[in-house]
Design a protein around this ligand. Structure first.
Ligand code: S3P
Length: 452
């Protein structure tokens, strides 16, 4: 594939990181803000929207289904929604690029509308399982026809009125939960999702905020979420807090690069997302929350980070969903810690943008890290602060169209003896377009190779 070798990023041993950087908008909340605004009647305003490729794919899809979406000169997004039940039939296939969240949530939206939509995506997205979405949405009456193994390209024909269901999630997945709740918006009656292990709750918070009749009961840690259709959503003014999953790369870099002392501003700390920070503190990371506040109904703080001598950790399985996207960068932190870290219960990582267990294991081994790959995770022997890799030996990493793999190894390069070359930096544009700029502000400059 030409794409894989055409746009490299080189990361080398960095000086101490210092200064203050501001984290851009949360990806999960940005997707939902566009979708719910497009389903409200009237004009919504969204400030701080993440302008990454994944979110822009959602915007394009909502336009194709009738919403009017534009950005003003001050950077605020204006969305004129069409109302629940009034989405238009898209005239061409919806190109979801690399974005699993856009695909899965929008399949839920389409499922209860009398329209047909075809979803297509890049090579990474086309490998990802969609059966977890088509199974519950078929029970509601939608029809699916996809490539072998329930993969993209996939055509979804919605049913109106759809059938309300009660569905117990077989995998801990906020995407599956959200798809069903979004389908429930235009379904008469009560649609219910039973969640044995809590996952990120942005959909619940935001659906309520837009005026949906949604209730959450909690019994022995099991959450039962009920949405009453057919809903009428009211337009909102949303301020999107910063993305804790993007901040993670900056915070871990501050902890592992010797001499660093810095502040990462605007970090969303919703408890269903903040597991990484709890773990890093337990590893002995010097992390302090400054100026705690609420932004857009979510807890937010600035994080002061200082270089720390990290200790190995065992991550409890119950905390995994609250840091599901942060394991690639936690693996890097574990590789620099003292002792053996056991990171298991992570089978879901095998079906993310890449097989994150296999790809991280391969890259860490290339950097000389001793580890054991398990079916559901990694056991990593840390270097106790010693730089990774060998002097004068650049390590090459294949990012497999996975933004978090590319960014994790870019951070590893900052503590490497001989540097790290990532084959393709373009996936970073899906979630964190200013990644390189923020590191430059902190004093670490990546070398961006020319497109060959
Ligand atoms: C997301 C849910 C998670 C996460 C993804 C974003 C969301 O996926 O990995 O990056 O916005 O709902 P799963 O539902 O597959 O765990």
């Amino acid at each position: 594939m030409t794409r894989l070798s055409s746009c490299p990023l080189v990361s080398r041993k960095a000086p101490p990181l210092s200064g203050k950087v501001h984290v851009p908008g949360d990806k999960s909340i940005s997707h939902r803000a566009l979708m719910l605004s497009a389903l409200a009647v009237g004009e919504s305003f969204v400030e701080g929207l993440l302008e990454g490729e994944d979110v822009l794919a959602t915007a394009e899809a909502m336009r194709a289904m009738g919403a009017d979406i534009r950005k003003d000169e001050k950077g605020c997004w204006h969305i004129h929604g069409v109302g629940v039940g009034s989405l238009l039939q898209p005239q061409t296939a919806l190109d979801m690029g690399n974005s699993g969240t856009s695909t899965r949530l929008l399949m839920g939206v389409v499922a209860s509308h009398p329209i047909t939509a075809t979803f297509i995506g890049d090579a990474s997205l086309s490998k990802r399982p969609m059966g977890r979405i088509s199974t519950p949405l078929s029970l509601m009456g939608a029809r699916f026809s996809g490539a072998e193994g329930n993969r993209l390209p996939m055509t979804v024909t919605g049913l109106y009125p759809a059938v309300p269901i009660e569905y117990r999630l077989p995998v801990a997945s906020a995407q599956v939960k959200s798809a069903i709740l979004l389908a429930g918006l235009n379904t008469p009656g009560v649609t219910r999702v039973i969640e044995p292990v809590p996952t990120r709750d942005h959909s619940e918070r935001m659906l309520r905020g837009y005026g949906a009749n949604l209730s959450v009961e909690e019994n022995d840690g099991v959450r039962i979420i009920s949405i009453h259709g057919e809903a009428e959503l009211k337009p909102q003014h949303i301020i999107v807090p910063g993305d804790p999953s993007s901040a993670a790369f900056l915070v871990v870099a501050g902890l592992i690069v010797p001499g660093s002392d810095m502040i990462v501003e605007n970090v969303g700390l919703n408890p269903t997302r903040a597991g990484l920070y709890t773990m890093l503190k337990a590893m002995g990371g010097q992390i302090e929350y400054l100026n705690p506040r609420e932004v857009g109904g979510e807890p937010v703080a600035d994080i002061a980070v200082k270089h720390s001598n990290l200790k190995a950790i065992e991550v409890p399985r119950s905390i995994v969903p609250s840091m599901i996207d942060e394991f690639p960068i936690l693996f890097i932190a574990a590789a620099m810690a003292e002792g053996k870290s056991t990171l298991q219960g992570l089978a879901e990582l095998r079906v993310k943008e890449s097989d994150r267990i296999a790809v991280m294991a391969e890259g860490l081994k290339a950097l000389g890290v001793s580890l054991e790959e398990k079916e559901d995770g990694l056991v990593i022997e840390g270097s106790a602060g010693e730089m990774l890799g060998q002097k004068d030996k650049m390590v090459s990493i294949a990012s497999h169209l996975d933004h978090r793999i590319a960014m994790s190894f870019a951070v590893a390069g900052l503590v490497s003896k001989g540097g790290v070359e990532i084959d393709d930096r373009r996936p970073i544009m899906t979630s964190f377009p200013v990644f390189g700029e923020l590191f430059k502000e902190l004093g670490a400059e990546f070398e961006m190779g020319l497109v060959k």
